[in-house]
Design a protein around this ligand. Structure first.
Ligand code: FAD
Length: 490
C-alpha cells in the first residue's frame, strides 16, 4: 500500500518504520525542516538544549521496535539508567533524592522523612500492579474496538477492575498511602506526566510512579534529541521517504474513505493516511468530522513555560532532574486548570543534560532547562505571564539553592504555549492533547481510527493511549496492527 504519514513526531517516525517494515511504501510529510516535533533541540553559544522531553522511560518499547527491524537500539541510541530518578527540594528546606537503588532509597526515606520505608515499598508494588493489570488493555491495545473486548487481556481485567481505583483521585489514594505530606506531594506530581491535575485524575494513573521508580529513569548518552536521530536513521534505512517543509492542509475524504492529502494546494492520493497531528488541531483545520465538538469541549492538558538558560557555574547540589516544589500545590493546579493562569509560587523543574552529556555546555557551565506547568493558551497575556513567572522562578531558585542565579545566566531562550503551538501545531500548545482529569478523559481518548472514515488512522500524544514518548510508540504499534489486519481482510 502507499501510505502517507502526516507529521514526524515520535509517533509518526515509529509508525513509518513499522509500516515500511511490513512492505508498504511510506512517505512522511512534515511542515518543519527537521524531524522530531516536540522532541527538538537548540544549539547556540556553545550550549545544546533538549527543548521538549527530558525523561526517557520504558526504553524497551523502542528496543522492541528496533528488534522488529533486525536492529539493536543500543547501536543507534546508547543510553543509561540514572542513579537518582529525581532530586526534590521541598518548601520546608528538606532535600530528597529518589534513588533507583532500593537500599539507598531506604536510607534516604528513613533519615529524612517520617515515613516507614515499607509504605514506599507497598506503594511501589501497588503502582506496579496497577500497570500490570491495566497496561495490556488501556495502553497496548485499541480500547475503542469492540471486537477487542473478547480477547484475553480484556477478559482478564474484568475480575480485577476493583483494583484499578477508578473512583478515587490520585491525591486521595496518595493521602491514604503516606503519613508524610511531602511524599503525598511527590507522588501526586506524576499526574503532570500527562498534563493532568492530581486532585482530579483517577488513582489508576498512580501506575505512572512504577515506570520511573521501579523500572527506572533513563537518559540517552547524547541527549534526548538522539532518540529522534536514531529513529530517523532507521527510517531512512527502511527507505521511508521524508518530505520536509510540507504543510498538509486537508485530509481528502470521498465516500467515507480518506483518499489523499492536500499539500501546497495539490492533492496527493494514498491508500492509507496516518496522522501524527495533534487531534484538536486536525479536527479544527484539516478534517470535517463531528469529533471536533468533543475535542473542543474537552479540557486541554497543561502546557509549559520553559527558560533555556546557559549558566556560567556548576551547581554540584543539583542532579539531572530537579524539582523545587510549590508550597501551595493544590492552588497551583486550580490556577492552571480553573483560572487558566500561573500561581506566584510555581513548582519549578530544572533539567540539566550537561550532567550526563558534558559537551552540552562549555567547561565550568551548565545548560539549564527551567520549566513550570502552565495552562494551554486561550488568549492570555503571555508577555506579562512570562515576565512575572521569570521573577518568581528566580526568587524560588535563589532561596532553594542559596544563590543569586541572575548573575550566572549568559544565554537565554524562552518557550511558551505559543512557541510550542507554532513549532508543533499542538492546539493551544497543550503538551499531551486532552487532560486526564476524569476517568472518562483518561481512558477514552481520541481513538486510533474512526468507523465513519476508512483508511485514516491516528497516532501520537493526543490520541489513544496517551502522551509521552513511550505511549506515542505504543500508538504506532496499535495502528500498524490495525492497518495490517485490513490488508489481511482484503
Ligand atoms: P509531535 O511531537 O506533536 O509532532 C507532530 C509533528 O507533526 C510535528 O513535527 C509537526 O510539525 C507535524 N505536523 C503537525 N501538523 C502538520 C501538518 N498539518 N502537516 C505537516 N506536518 C504537521 N514526554 C516524555 O515521554 N517525557 C518527558 O519528559 C516529556 N516532557 C515534555 C516536555 C515538553 C516541554 C514537551 C513539549 C513535551 C514533553 N513530553 C514528554 C511529551 C512528548 O514530547 C510528546 O508526547 C511526544 O513527543 C509527542 O509526539 P507526537 O508523535 O504526538 O508528535
Amino acid at each position: 500500500m502507499n501510505i502517507a504519514i502526516i507529521g514526524s513526531g515520535i509517533g509518526g517516525l515509529a509508525s513509518a518504520i513499522r509500516l515500511s517494515n511490513k512492505g508498504h511504501q511510506v512517505v512522511v510529510y512534515e511542515k518543519n525542516s527537521t524531524a522530531g516535533g516536540k522532541i527538538a533541540e537548540i544549539k547556540e553559544h556553545s550550549y545544546r538544549f533538549d527543548t521538549g522531553p527530558s525523561l526517557f522511560t520504558l526504553p524497551h518499547l523502542l528496543e522492541d521496535l528496533f528488534a522488529e527491524n533486525g536492529e539493536n537500539l543500543k547501536d543507534y541510541l546508547p543510553y543509561e539508567l540514572l542513579d537518582n530518578n529525581c532530586k526534590y527540594f521541598f518548601p520546608d528546606g528538606m532535600e530528597f533524592n529518589f534513588y533507583h537503588d532500593k537500599e539507598k532509597l531506604k536510607v534516604e526515606i528513613e533519615s529524612k522523612t517520617i515515613e516507614k520505608y515499607e509504605h514506599i515499598q507497598k506503594r511501589l508494588l501497588e503502582s506496579e500492579e496497577l500497570y500490570t493489570i491495566s497496561a495490556p488493555v488501556f495502553l497496548f491495545n485499541d480500547f475503542h474496538k469492540l471486537s477487542n473486548f473478547n480477547t484475553p487481556p480484556f477478559r482478564n481485567i474484568v475480575f480485577k477492575l476493583h483494583k484499578l481505583n477508578f473512583t478515587k483521585t490520585m491525591h486521595e489514594a496518595n493521602q491514604k498511602s503516606f503519613n508524610d505530606k511531602r511524599l503525598v506531594q511527590l507522588f501526586d506530581r506524576y499526574a503532570t506526566y500527562n498534563g493532568s491535575d492530581p486532585y482530579k485524575a483517577p488513582a489508576t494513573l498512580n501506575m505512572i510512579a512504577h515506570l520511573e521508580n521501579n523500572i527506572g529513569a533513563f537518559f540517552p548518552k547524547n541527549g534526548m534529541y538522539a532518540i529522534v536521530q536514531s529513529l530517523y536513521e532507521l527510517a531512512l534505512k527502511k527507505r521511508v521517504e521524508f518530505r520536509f517543509n510540507s504543510l498538509v492542509t486537508e485530509i481528502v475524504v470521498e465516500n467515507k474513505k480518506a483518499t489523499g492529502i492536500r499539500v501546497n494546494d495539490k492533492i496527493h492520493l494514498y491508500d492509507t493516511i496516518v496522522s501524527d497531528v495533534d487531534a484538536k488541531y486536525l479536527a479544527n483545520n484539516m478534517l470535517n468530522h463531528p469529533l471536533k465538538k468533543r475535542l473542543n469541549n474537552a479540557v486541554p492538558s497543561s502546557s509549559a513555560m520553559i527558560f533555556y538558560w546557559g549558566i556560567k557555574k556548576e551547581f554540584h547540589n543539583l542532579d539531572v532532574h530537579n524539582i523545587l516544589f510549590s508550597n501551595r500545590y493544590r492552588d497551583e493546579f486550580t490556577h492552571i486548570f480553573k483560572s487558566k493562569t500561573i500561581i506566584d509560587d510555581p513548582t519549578v523543574y530544572i533539567f540539566i543534560s550537561s550532567k550526563v552529556v558534558p559537551s552540552d555546555a562549555p567547561q565550568g557551565s551548565e545548560n539549564w532547562f527551567v520549566m513550570i506547568n502552565v495552562p494551554a493558551d486561550c488568549g492570555q497575556n503571555w508577555d506579562k505571564l512570562i515576565s512575572d513567572a521569570r521573577k518568581n522562578i528566580i526568587t524560588k531558585i535563589n532561596k532553594a539553592l542559596n544563590t543569586d542565579i541572575e548573575q550566572y545566566i549568559d544565554f537565554e531562550r524562552i518557550g511558551s504555549p505559543l512557541t510550542i503551538e507554532k513549532n508543533t501545531l499542538s492546539y493551544g500548545g497543550a503538551l499531551y492533547g486532552t487532560a486526564s482529569n476524569s476517568m472518562f478523559s483518561a481512558f477514552l481518548r481520541h481513538p486510533n481510527l474512526l468507523s465513519s472514515i476508512k483508511n485514516l488512522y491516528f497516532v501520537g500524544g493526543s490520541v489513544h493511549p496517551g502522551g509521552g514518548i513511550p505511549l506515542c510508540v505504543a500508538s504506532s504499534e496499535i495502528v500498524c496492527k490495525e492497518i495490517s489486519s485490513v490488508v489481511i481482510e482484503n
